[in-house]
Design a protein around this ligand. Sequence first.
Ligand code: SDX
Length: 429
Amino acid sequence: MSEIAKIELGGKTYELPVVEGTEQEKGIDIGKFRGATGGYITLDSGFKNTGSCQSAITYLDGENGILRYRGYPIEQLADKASFLEVSFLLIYGELPTQAELASFQESITNHTLVHEDMKQFFEAYPAKAHPMGIMASMVCSLSTFYPESLDPNRTPEAKDLTIQRLIAKLPTLAAWSYKNAMRHPLMYPKNDLDYGANFLYMMFGMPTGDYEPDPVVVSALNKLLILHADHEQNCSTSTVRIVGSSHANLYASISAGISALWGPLHGGANQAVIEMLETIHNDGGDLDKWVAKAKDKEDPFRLMGFGHRVYKNFDPRATIIKKACDEVLEKLGVDDPLLDIAKKLEQVALEDEYFKARNLYPNVDFYSGIIYKAIGIPTEMFTVMFAIGRLPGWIAQWKEMIENGEPIGRPRQIYTGANERDYVDVANR
Ligand code: SDX
């Protein structure tokens, strides 16, 4: 017998069904609430207590620092799997067989080129253009080159081709946005390199050189991309789902997700963390001063990379990234003062009552920027790296929403504006 919630309103009792998930999460289904109560809605600014869907893709437990993709702990996937393997798992629901993985990898490899006409778009951007602005535009523009992508419910084969084209082309578009900013020649993908190595080749290779991606860096990048691959209904993923719920095509939906991720409270935090650490370093490294500023309600400064809507203990991804950070910097022989500041800042914050009382721990963005910096990724590209990692998650969530036949997202509101009044001619105002 499933649980029932009861609400007393206006002397009447309303019974609401309780939905329970496979990990015993429970939600009160208010799908019929407005009709049953004669117009009452619920209100939850920022959706801190509201579920938007039921999903089988990612499970996270904020209290216990648990994150699993399709049931597999991210610690195992980050340690043993490739990013394309995890992408297949998220999108199609199961780890690929050897044959499936080989076919998926071949399809991705064969679609890494971008239509030559798109090169003109890059040339029109100023050198200082933020790459997230370029990526959001370029991804949406893919829909103009592949009209068969416009119908999300077209044949499964057409949907798979649209999905695999995007996974294949995003690193190329990202690397080209960097090369364009540097006013360097664009590098074309090399089919004998794997996904991460190919991206590094297109970023740091030169037509005149023989750049070889460092295996240590390729391995760290693979791990970082896996750790960013999905995170249930966060801001950008919910954006992808709601844009896709209007049956806008995949490229338009992902472009909206890229725009949402750009914000410094979300994916833009990894860039903001490095900028914060550099500010503290350049200011002489007085951590007590900056921690005090972060606690001061009158001061807009916040410790970027700290806090999380869901993780109220620790972000399991931050734990893995911090370990990878130490390994990569040691293997590359990089001695970054920002890492020392980050570790001291973490220690100070974790011992401070303000942060402990609010469960503010380092999140996924706190250490990732230090690794990106160590492998030569420019700061403005950090959130692009997040987008490349999060792409398979966004795609999986969009596909699940479409295949579940979910309705167009259209929240209600409580109106607080002026009551009815008559128009007054401008001469009489
Ligand atoms: C990501 O949702 C996801 O899953 C996102 C993500 C993903 O994988 O998709 O995990 C990726 O976006 C990680 C978060 C990256 N953002 C940052 O690092 C920016 C800094 N963090 C904060 O802005 C904040 O912690 C949020 C946005 C992450 C969470 O904000 P909430 O849940 O809305 O919490 P809140 O703003 O209501 O804060 C609660 C209290 C407040 O103080 P009081 O009013 O209770 O006194 O904690 C304080 C806040 O002022 N607080 C901070 C703080 N974060 C929260 N104080 C100082 N520094 C901070 N970083």
